[in-house]
Design a protein around this ligand. Structure first.
Ligand code: NAP
Length: 234
């Protein structure tokens, strides 16, 4: 399948590597192709430059946000949450209308350092804002509650653990659940469908506890696991 990934950070790289590995035609999108290719040093978080990543993935392609969105039969938003709406506006409604958009972004503000705060919460979410801005696009929020290496390779965390999914279009969600199992290796029973896109409030608001757990565990290779018990007898 032709897939456009909007974003060149560690999520774009991890998801892109897996999608290329399983045989897809992947194009990443960035603001300025020349500038992105000029960078050769890892960023402040230690993420390798995209140029270096491309050398390790010879089938990869890099163009602008717009071209990557136009390329994709499926489009993935892997941009900084505070910039996602701007990035997707640049990608263009005409290149997103009618398509499934998997939204992995979280509205995290790192401007005051670590831990970050949420720029949208409680009564709204980034997933909803994207769906409102792009009403003809089928926004499916998923994979945003775990480290990017776990997204693309859930076996990095042993045993059962949960990936949440939500969105307004049932058919789009069914397709994305298939992508999660067939491409990334998620077990069907570990995919928890929360309902419509307003549920992105819940999954995005898991991030404050995610970053605290990371601080406590000093290791990002963990995940949430929802375990359902039986109701107490009357
Ligand atoms: N890192 C993880 O393990 C993880 C896990 C779960 C969810 N997420 C979420 O996934 C998203 C991507 O995370 P990441 O760590 O890969 O990278 P990131 O640093 O959060 O985002 C990188 C991407 O955002 C774009 N971007 C940054 N500022 C922009 C602006 N002002 N206008 C337009 N685009 C801009 C960059 O464009 P250029 O290519 O032009 O530089 C780049 O492609 C985030 O929303 C994050 O919260 C991350």
């Amino acid at each position: 399948m032709k897939i456009g990934i909007i974003g060149t950070g560690m999520v774009g790289q991890a998801i892109g590597a897996k999608l290329i590995e399983v045989g897809h035609d992947v194009m990443h999108g960035t603001r300025d192709v020349a500038k992105t290719l000029e960078r050769t040093k890892p960023d402040s978080m230690g993420t390798p430059s995209f140029a270096k990543w491309m050398q390790q993935h010879p089938k990869s392609k890099l163009e602008t946000f717009k071209e990557a969105a136009a390329h994709g039969e499926l489009v993935i938003n892997a941009t900084s949450g505070v910039a996602s709406l701007a990035a997707l506006d640049y990608a263009g409604k005409e290149n997103l209308d009618g398509k499934i958009l998997i939204d992995i972004a979280n509205p995290l503000d790192f401007s005051e350092g670590f831990p970050p705060s949420l720029t949208i919460c409680n009564t709204d979410s980034l997933g909803e804002q994207i769906q409102r801005e792009f009403p003809e696009t089928k926004v499916v929020k998923t994979l945003n509650t775990m480290n990017c290496h776990v997204m693309a390779n859930p076996k990095l965390v042993p045993g059962n653990h949960t990936v949440f999914i939500c969105g307004n279009d049932t058919h789009a969600k069914t397709k994305v659940k298939g992508f999660l199992t067939d491409w990334f290796g998620w077990k069907k029973e570990n995919i928890l469908d929360l309902g419509d896109i307003t549920n992105a409030r819940g999954t995005e608001m898991l991030l404050p506890i995610w970053v605290r757990l990371y601080g406590a565990l000093k290791n990002p290779m963990f995940n949430f696991h929802v375990v359902v018990g039986s109701k107490p007898k009357e």
